[in-house]
Design a protein around this ligand. Structure first.
Ligand SMILES: Nc1ncnc2c1ncn2[C@@H]1O[C@H](COP(=O)(O)OP(=O)(O)OP(=O)(O)O)[C@@H](O)[C@H]1O
Length: 704
C-alpha cells in the first residue's frame, strides 16, 4: 500500500536526516551540513558520511513497539525510500513530526504496515576521525563490506541460476530418451511448459543479479571519484606538483578498480566453483564422460596461473614505461615554447622515441603471452565438444549411454568449462586491479590521518575562532623526502601581531619552505610552530586558514572569470571590495579595459593572461581574503616597476593596524613595506633585526 500523506508525514532521506541532526542537538556549520548532506543521498552512504564528519550513525533493526527510549530521536525507514522522524514512544503510540515539523502522536499500527524495520540514530563521535582508511586496499575492502547485502543477493542468485542451468540438459536428455521413443506428445507439452517457466525464472534471476552488481558498482564508482578528490585535497602540494603525469595514472587506477568489480568479471569468478557441480552431473548421466571437462580443466587452470605469473611482472614494467611516457608528454606540452626557443625539438623527439619503443616492447611482450593462451582457450571449448562426442559414440555402441544423455553431457561439458575459459581474462583483470591499487597507495598514504584530522573542520583539534596574528618558530627543522640534507635547520623566530617583516636570502635558502610550513602545506620534522600562542600541530587547520592569507610564489589562476577567481578569496565580497583590492595591485586598470570587466573569461590555468596579470589577480584575491596574517611570497616578481611602486605606495593603507605582514622577497624596493628583516642562508636564520640596521649590515658585507 503506498504511503499516504493523510496518515503520516514522511520525507526524503536528506530532509529527514537534517531534521534528525537538529533534534539530536548536534551543531554543524552551514558549510559542513552542505557537505555532509547531499541531495538524493542513499542510506548506504549515511554511515560513511557521518563517520567522515565526526558523527556516529547507529543502524538498528527493530519492531516499532520495541524501540528503546535511548533510540530517540531517530529516523524510521519506510518502504519506498521515505523516512519518518520519530521523537518518542508510549503505549502503542509513537511521536513523530508532521508536515509542519510539529510533534504529533500516532498509533503504531498506522506506521507498522509501511515500516521497513530499520531505524537510524546519530550522535557526535567522542574521538577524532582517525578511522580514515590509509591504504587503497583498506578503502576498497571497506566499501565492498558495506555492500555485503548486495553481494549476498548476487551470490544467492548465481547459485539459483547455475542450478536452473541444469534444467536444459536434463530436458534434452528426457526428450531424446523418454519422449521421442514413445512419441509422448502430452508429456512433451508438460515438460515444455516446465522448461519455459525455468527459462523465465532464469531470465528474472539474471536480470536481478546484474541489477545488484550494477548498483554496487555504481556506489563504488561514486565513492571512488569522491575518494580521489578527497585524497588529492589532502596531498602535500609539492607531491602533487612533482609529477602530474603519475597523478593522472593514479586517477586512472581508480577506474581500473571500478572495472574489476564490474558485472562480467565478477560473474565469471562466481561461476567458477560450479564447474564441480556440472562435472558431477555429467558423471551421473554420462559416467566416464566427466573426465573430458576434468582433463581440459587440468590444462587450463595451471596454464592460466602460469600466464598470470608471467604477465604480472611484465605488466608492471609496462605500466612504469607508460607512466614515463605520460610524464614526457606532459613536459612536452607544458614546455612547448621553451622547446621551440631552445631548438630542442629533435632531442625531445629522440627521447620520446626511446620511451615509445620501450613502452611498446613491454606492452607487446606482455600481450604475446596472453594471446597464445587465448587461442588455446578457444580450442579448449571445441576439444570438449569433439572429445565428448567421440567418447560418447563408443559408450552408446557399448550400451552404456543413451543418445539423449550424450546431448545433455555435451551441453553440460561446454557449460562447465565456460567459466574456466574466462579465467585468463579474470586473472589478468585481477592483476591490473592489484597494480592499480598498488599505484594508489601513495595517494592514500600521503593523505594519512594527521593531515585528514587537521583539515577536517569537525575533528576534536582545537578550534580557533579568533586569531592574534603572532607567529613563533621554535627549533624548527624540515627536509624534503627526496633531499639528503635539511632544508630548514633549527629555525627560531618570533613575530608579534601587527609586525611588518621581510624574509630575505639567496635562492634555495628555504624562504618558501618556511611559508609552506606556516600555511600547513608541509609538516615539520621537528620543532614547533605556534600561531596566536597555540601550537599549530594541535590547531584545526581549516580555522587557521580562515585567518591566514597566503600568496604563493607561483600564481595560479583557475578557468572561469576574473570575478570567480577573485571571489575564491572571499565569496561574499561585493564589487566595491573587489575594486579596492584590484586598485592596490593595479589590476583595476586591466579590468577597466576588458569589455566585460569582472566577467572577462579566463582560460584553463589562466592561459589567456600575461604573467603580470596572473600575479596581480592572485595578489588581489589574497588581499580580498583579508586574513589577519598576510603572507606574500614574491608578490611583485612579475610586475613592471611602475606597478610595483604603486603597490608599495597603496598597500600600507589597505593593511589593518593589527594585521601582520610577512613578505618574502628578493626585491629591495619592497623592503620599504617592512620594519624588520630576517635573513635566511642554507636553511638557518643568519640575521634578524630592524630593517635599516640589517640593510646596513648587508651593504657592509657586499662592499667588504
Ligand atoms: N618539492 C621539493 N622537493 C624537494 N626539494 C625541494 C622542493 N622544493 C624546494 N626544494 C629544495 O628546498 C630548498 C629550499 O627551497 P625554497 O623554495 O624554500 O627556497 P627559496 O629560498 O624560497 O628559494 P627562491 O628564492 O629561489 O624562491 C632548495 O634547495 C630546493 O631545492
Amino acid at each position: 500500500m503506498p504511503i499516504t500523506e493523510q496518515s503520516f508525514h514522511s520525507s526524503s532521506l536528506s530532509d529527514a536526516f537534517l531534521t534528525l541532526i537538529r533534534l539530536s542537538g548536534i551543531e554543524l556549520s552551514a558549510e559542513v551540513s552542505n557537505k555532509l548532506i547531499l541531495k538524493g543521498m542513499d542510506v548506504r552512504q549515511l554511515h560513511q558520511r557521518c563517520e567522515r564528519f565526526g558523527l556516529i550513525c547507529q543502524r538498528s533493526l527493530s519492531a516499532l513497539g520495541k524501540l528503546p527510549e535511548t533510540a530517540f530521536p531517530c529516523l524510521l525507514q519506510m518502504k519506498g525510500k521515505r523516512f519518518v522522524v520519530a521523537l518518542a514512544a508510549r503505549q502503542g503510540e509513537l511521536q513523530i513530526l508532521d508536515k509542519q515539523s510539529q510533534p504529533v502522536w500516532i498509533k503504531e499500527t498506522v506506521l507498522s504496515n509501511h515500516f521497513s524495520g530499520v531505524c537510524y540514530s546519530i550522535q557526535k563521535a567522542g574521538e577524532p576521525d582517525v578511522q580514515r582508511p590509509v591504504t587503497a586496499s583498506g578503502w576498497l575492502k571497506k566499501e565492498v563490506t558495506q555492500l555485503w547485502a548486495n553481494y549476498a543477493q548476487v551470490i544467492l542468485a548465481t547459485l539459483l541460476i547455475n542450478c536452473l542451468t541444469l534444467a536444459v540438459p536434463i530436458f534434452t536428455h528426457f526428450v531424446f530418451d523418454k519422449v521421442l521413443p514413445n512419441y509422448a506428445t502430452e508429456t512433451l507439452v508438460a515438460v515444455t511448459i516446465g522448461i519455459g517457466l525455468v527459462i523465465l525464472a532464469d531470465f528474472v534471476l539474471r536480470w536481478l543479479r546484474s541489477f545488484y552488481i550494477d548498483d554496487a558498482c555504481r556506489h563504488i564508482s561514486r565513492q571512488a571519484e569522491l575518494q580521489l578528490i578527497d585524497s588529492l585535497l589532502r596531498q602535500e602540494a609539492y607531491q602533487v606538483n612533482r609529477s602530474p603525469a603519475r597523478l593522472a595514472q593514479q586517477a586512472q587506477g581508480f577506474s581500473r578498480v571500478k572495472e574489476a568489480l564490474s558485472s562480467s568479471i565478477l560473474l565469471t569468478a562466481l561461476d567458477i566453483p560450479f564447474f564441480i557441480l556440472f562435472t558431477a552431473v555429467i558423471g551421473l548421466i554420462g559416467g566416464p564422460l566427466m573426465w573430458v571437462p576434468i582433463a581440459v580443466a587440468a590444462v587450463l587452470i595451471p596454464a592460466s596461473i602460469i600466464n598470470y605469473r608471467l604477465t604480472r611482472k611484465r605488466s608492471s614494467v609496462a605500466t612504469t614505461a607508460q607512466t614515463e611516457k605520460n610524464a614526457c608528454l606532459h613536459e612536452l606540452t607544458q614546455g612547448l615554447e621553451t622547446i621551440r626557443a631552445m631548438g630542442a625539438g629533435q632531442s625531445l623527439l629522440s627521447r620520446w622515441r626511446v620511451l615509445v619503443n620501450s613502452s611498446n616492447r613491454h606492452d607487446f611482450s606482455h600481450r604475446r603471452v596472453g594471446s597464445v593462451l587465448n587461442a588455446f582457450v578457444i580450442s579448449a571449448s571445441q576439444i570438449v565438444v569433439v572429445a565428448t562426442l567421440v567418447i560418447g559414440v563408443f559408450l552408446i555402441q557399448s550400451g552404456l549411454l543413451a543418445p539423449g544423455s550424450l546431448f545433455a553431457c555435451i551441453i553440460l561439458g561446454s557449460r562447465a568449462v565456460a567459466p574456466l575459459m574466462n579465467l585468463t581474462q579474470l586473472l589478468s583483470r585481477i592483476n591490473l586491479s592489484r597494480q592499480a591499487l598498488r599505484q594508489l597507495e601513495p595517494l592514500f598514504a600521503n593523505s594519512g590521518v594527521a593531515r585528514s584530522e587537521a583539515e577536517n573542520p569537525e575533528t576534536t583539534r582545537q578550534r580557533l575562532y579568533h586569531l592574534i596574528p603572532s607567529v613563533e618558530f621554535k627549533d624548527l627543522s624540515f627536509r624534503y623526502p627526496s633531499d639528503n640534507q635539511d632544508t630548514l635547520n633549527g629555525i627560531n623566530l618570533s613575530i608579534s601581531a601587527g609586525e611588518r617583516v621581510a624574509i630575505v636570502g639567496a635562492s634555495g635558502s628555504g624562504k618558501t619552505t618556511l611559508i609552506r610550513l606556516l600555511s600547513g602545506d608541509l609538516i615539520p620534522d621537528s620543532g614547533r610552530m605556534s600561531v596566536s600562542g597555540h601550537d599549530l600541530a594541535g590547531l584545526n587547520l581549516a580555522d587557521v586558514r580562515q585567518h591566514l592569507s597566503v600568496l604563493h610564489q607561483q600564481p595560479f589562476v583557475f578557468s572561469g572569470t576574473v570575478r570567480s577567481n577573485l571571489l575564491l578569496g572571499n565569496a561574499s565580497a561585493n564589487t566595491a571590495e573587489l575594486d579596492r583590492a584590484c586598485f592596490i595591485t593595479g589590476l583595476d586598470q586591466w579590468v577597466s579595459r576588458c569589455r566585460k570587466g569582472y566577467e572577462h573569461p579566463i582560460g584553463e590555468c589562466g592561459s589567456n593572461l600575461s604573467g603580470g596579470q596572473k600575479q596581480a589577480l592572485c595578489l588581489s584575491r589574497t588581499l580580498l581574503h583579508n586574513g589577519s596574517l598576510l603572507v606574500l611570497d614574491e608578490p611583485t616578481s612579475a610586475m613592471d616597476n611602475l606597478s610595483e611602486a604603486q603597490f608599495c605606495q597603496r598597500l600600507p593603507d589597505y593593511l589593518g593596524e593589527d594585521q601582520t605582514l610577512l613578505l618574502v622577497t628578493h626585491r629591495a624596493s619592497l623592503l620599504q613595506l617592512v620594519d624588520r628583516i630576517i635573513v635566511l642562508a642554507h636553511g638557518r636564520v643568519v640575521a634578524d633585526g630592524a630593517r635599516d640596521e640589517i640593510l646596513k649590515k648587508m651593504q657592509a658585507v657586499r662592499t667588504s
